[in-house]
Design a protein around this ligand. Structure first.
Ligand SMILES: [Fe+2]
Ligand SMILES: [Fe+2]
Length: 292
């Protein structure tokens, strides 16, 4: 079980909302209306950990270890939403999200393959870590800068925890897990080639509710994310490449094979699909034991 160890590790570095955020350094002259508004949108987006947790628990009913870890992840993500709301409550109370605005992002996600979802969220944490680091640079008000830096570190640690579960999945399921991770890795590392920001909160997750089936589409300003990335925090090609490099680097370590580009990862994905197809064909080679 990974949960006891992850609990201990995350507990040891946990920050305190009252003591570890430098609230007394607030400088009202350094916070614009435009900046304050993006904090509200991020607070609501973080609240979407609630439907994501409901999805994780539903799709991982056979995995009590991972489900127990969800208690830590869920707590920390809700705390992210809360600290952003606390900032607004103190300094821009008119922008605190209403309960209804928060509740809007709670909707059911269609069931999805657990291994793909795990990889999707691993990539999402890496991406969010980079977005928040950029947000900390774009903001000029010291307290919110410190908050975004704090959240960025949490997101990186979440990515690390998911990586442990991915490693465990490869030991258990072998090529099946590798194929799922490579498939989602290719998709999530290809953001420059798609028009839209690739984060779990920006993907369609309920066919019946389409097109209002992304977290972003249910925000008071569904168009804010693209503007935040392109015009405000200016998440450009250099930053996007950092995300891709992190994903490829971690997958290289995980699969014990070097991927220098998304194309290389895609070739590996195709090799795996061919190997899995051969193994399941009648008369084909026997399925490899997990971990082989
Ligand atoms: Fe978060
Ligand atoms: Fe996170």
């Amino acid at each position: 079980m990974l949960y006891p160890e992850l609990f201990k590790q995350l507990e040891a570095v946990r920050w305190n909302m009252e003591r570890d955020i430098p609230w007394d350094r607030f400088d009202a002259s350094k916070l614009s209306d435009e900046q304050a508004h993006t904090i509200k949108m991020n607070a609501i987006t973080e609240w979407a950990a609630l439907p994501a947790t409901e999805m994780f628990l539903r799709d991982n009913r056979d995995d009590s270890d991972f489900s127990a870890f969800m208690s830590v992840w869920f707590f920390e993500e809700q705390k992210h939403s809360l600290v952003l709301m606390e900032y607004l409550r103190r300094f821009r109370p008119e922008l605190v999200p209403t309960e209804q605005e928060l509740h809007e992002v709670r909707f059911e996600f269609d069931p999805a393959p657990a291994l793909e979802t795990l990889m999707l969220h691993f990539c999402g944490e890496i991406r969010l870590n980079h977005w928040y680091r950029r947000a900390a640079q774009w903001h000029t008000e010291p307290v919110i800068q410190a908050i975004y830096e704090t959240l960025a570190r949490d997101e990186a640690r979440h990515g690390g925890a998911y990586l442990r579960y991915m490693k465990r999945a490869i030991a258990r399921f072998g090529d099946e897990a590798k194929a799922a991770f490579a498939k989602v890795g290719v998709l999530m590392a290809s953001a420059r080639r798609t028009a839209q920001a690739l984060h779990p909160t920006n993907l369609h997750v309920n066919a019946k509710l389409y097109p209002r089936d992304t977290v972003q589409s249910r925000l008071p300003n569904p168009e804010w994310l693209e503007r935040w990335l392109d015009q405000q925090i200016k998440f450009d090609a250099t930053w996007e490449n950092k995300v891709v490099e992190r994903i490829l680097h971690n997958l290289s370590l995980l699969m014990d094979r070097s991927f220098k580009s998304v194309q290389e990862l895609n070739r590996f994905r195709k090799e795996l699909s061919a190997r899995l197809a051969a193994a399941t064909r009648p008369g084909g080679e026997a399925p490899q034991p997990a971990g082989a």
